[in-house]
Design a protein around this ligand. Structure first.
Ligand code: IMP
Ligand code: MG
Length: 185
């Protein structure tokens, strides 16, 4: 059944047009900041960042390499501070400039963990690019170098973000207006 016909009401928070415009701006910033650097290693955090990563990197003009990293929380709920590695990167990051690409920064535990791990492994620099920033939900500090949009502490879906694996392919960021839809990871 198409999303339009589901019983939940979906409200647009960030339109497809606004996403495209902001992504072009972020790509231009990245091009400017990394002009003259060696191939930039872009690492997407699976699965949520995939839609954003593809659209962003198609606008970036400097040479990039692409890899993916996947985390998981322990158990079904979130155990703050404990981030498990589900899929590690394939490429070596020693001595490289790394751009970590994430869909959303919520508590900050995921990115904090990956950032510390990549620094420990000897990356030359690690910068963070996040499409969405829920700053008021932050529990640990993470420096976001490239931020798409700041949003309130609400659960959003679409453009890679899911609710129990649904809604990822919505072309915009939406909010589900249905009291029965619980906030999952
Ligand atoms: P953090 O470790 O709390 O910053 O969590 C980041 C992860 O939580 C993201 O990569 C998403 O998978 C998930 N997440 C946080 N907020 C939302 C949301 O509003 N919608 C969908 N997923 C979310
Ligand atoms: Mg994610």
């Amino acid at each position: 059944m198409e999303y339009e016909r589901l019983p939940e009401r979906l409200e647009t928070l960030i339109s497809q047009q606004d996403l495209e415009k902001r992504i072009r701006e972020l790509a231009a910033e990245i091009d400017r900041d990394f002009a003259g650097s060696d191939t930039l290693l872009c690492i997407g955090v699976l699965k949520g960042s995939v839609f954003f990563l593809v659209d962003l990197l198609k606008q970036v003009k400097i040479p990039v390499a692409v890899d993916f990293f996947q985390t998981a929380s322990y158990g079904s709920g979130k155990t703050p501070g404990e981030v498990r590695i589900r899929k590690d990167i394939d490429l070596s990051i020693r001595g490289r400039d790394v751009l970590l690409i994430e869909d959303i920064v919520d508590t900050g535990y995921t990115l904090r963990t990956i950032l510390d791990l990549f620094r420990f492994r000897g990356a030359r620099t690690v910068r963070l690019c996040a499409l969405l920033d829920k700053a008021t939900a932050r529990e640990v500090e993470v420096p976001i170098d490239y931020r798409g949009f700041s949003i309130d502490n609400i659960f959003v879906v679409g453009y890679g973000l899911d609710l129990d694996e649904r809604y990822r392919n919505l072309p915009y960021i939406g909010v589900i207006r249905d009291d029965s839809a619980a906030g999952a990871d």
